[in-house]
Write a protein that binds this ligand. Structure first.
Ligand SMILES: NC(=O)C1=CN([C@@H]2O[C@H](COP(=O)(O)OP(=O)(O)OC[C@H]3O[C@@H](n4cnc5c(N)ncnc54)[C@H](OP(=O)(O)O)[C@@H]3O)[C@@H](O)[C@H]2O)C=CC1
Ligand SMILES: O=C(CO)COP(=O)(O)O
Length: 319
């Protein structure tokens, strides 16, 4: 049986979709939340309004994760390392699929890299691509990427995870998949700020394009395949996240641009990823001005208005 570890919006939505194929487990860390979701068949805190099919077994017992052959790890990127520190040994030999989009601030590693380092004898993969939990849970058509270095395991996962509404494309380029998924969140914050500030759609298109150039530069440094960045996990997710108010990263940027508060309990992966990538880019001398400015605003070194102005007044150069 497949077990989804992490009962947030995304984990719950994936479990709902996978339930169309057969029984699936959903592990939540909170016994109270698991008990309630199991009883009323709804995850009211993280994915309200979506009924949980009867063949989803909701549990807070971590043994249900250890008993599964395939585990989808649907935790925020900054939580994955501590989860693996705690439980990694019990996950060896399994197929582990990271569903987080971000770069760990402490180690500057993406989710698959963390899995490979911390559970070396597992088969590590990543599920990514343009997809809102709300859309998946409603059964709307969604195309995703499954990235796995071991292509045979990738084929198995592609078939096991495909449902009538979720369609998986496959790649062995895990590095490109994790970088695209992480970096698009940073550009989405900048895009939200641009719209929130009232700079308009043309300015956003420019930001998205220059942001994509940054993503490609970092990916090239890590020898990721250029076509991965052009695909669902890069360009596809960048487009979705920079243009939809369903995105928390985009809405966080909108609030920045409007000088409004933002709900701190929401997961906004781009904030931490901007800090990690800005440090990495500085260390490796990679030109990533949008990421740098988002990180400067996060760190309180610049205010949003100054950051956007700096972007607009960069030296003239070739495209
Ligand atoms: N939501 C979406 O549309 C999409 C999300 N993603 C990615 O999925 C990842 C998760 O996001 P999402 O589900 O939306 O986030 P949510 O904020 O909805 O939920 C995060 C979940 O992780 C749980 N959690 C946090 N830390 C731990 C831990 N140490 N051990 C166990 N559980 C933990 C939380 O538990 P608790 O409730 O107890 O706090 C919560 O249920 C992110 O990387 C995101 O980028 C990818 C595509 C779409
Ligand atoms: O990754 C996502 C869409 O593909 C979800 O975006 P947010 O995390 O910004 O809500």
């Amino acid at each position: 049986m497949i077990v989804v570890a992490g009962g947030g919006a995304f984990g719950t939505a994936l479990a709902v979709s996978l339930a169309a194929n057969g029984p699936v487990g959903l592990w939540m860390r909170s016994p109270e939340a698991a008990e309630m979701a199991g009883r009323i068949r709804e995850n009211t805190k993280r994915l309200p309004g979506v009924a949980l099919p009867e063949n989803i077994a909701v549990s807070a017992d971590i043994d249900t994760v250890f008993e599964a052959e395939t585990v989808l790890l649907a935790l925020p990127a900054q939580q994955l390392r501590s989860f693996l520190e705690q439980f990694g040994e019990r996950l060896s030999g399994k197929t582990l699929v990271a569903c987080a989009k971000g770069i760990d601030v402490e180690t500057m590693a993406g989710p698959v890299t963390l899995l490979e380092r911390m559970v070396p004898d597992a088969t590590s993969a990543m599920l990514t691509g343009p997809s809102f939990a709300a859309d998946i849970a409603r059964g709307l058509p969604t195309a995703l990427t499954i990235a796995c270095r071991d292509d045979e395991a990738g084929v198995r996962l592609q078939h096991a995870l495909t449902t009538p509404s979720l369609r998986f494309y496959r790649t062995t380029d895990t590095r490109g998949a994790e970088l695209g998924g992480a970096l698009k969140n940073v550009v989405a914050i900048a895009s939200g700020a641009c719209i929130g500030k009232g700079y308009g759609d043309s300015a956003r298109a420019a930001l998205m394009t220059r942001g994509f150039a940054e993503m490609q530069r970092l990916a090239a440094f890590f020898e990721a395949e250029p076509q991965t960045l052009m695909g669902l996990s890069g360009f596809g997710d960048l487009t979705l996240t920079c243009t939809s108010e369903l995105s928390r990263n985009y809405r966080f940027g909108l609030a920045w641009g409007r000088h409004e508060d933002f709900d701190k309990s929401l997961t906004v992966e781009g904030v931490h990823t901007a800090l990690a990538v800005a440090r990495l880019a500085e260390k490796e001398q990679i030109d990533m001005p949008i990421t740098r400015l988002v990180a400067d605003v996060v760190n309180g070194v610049l205010d949003v208005d100054d950051a956007l102005q700096q972007l607009l007044s960069r030296p003239l150069k070739e495209e």
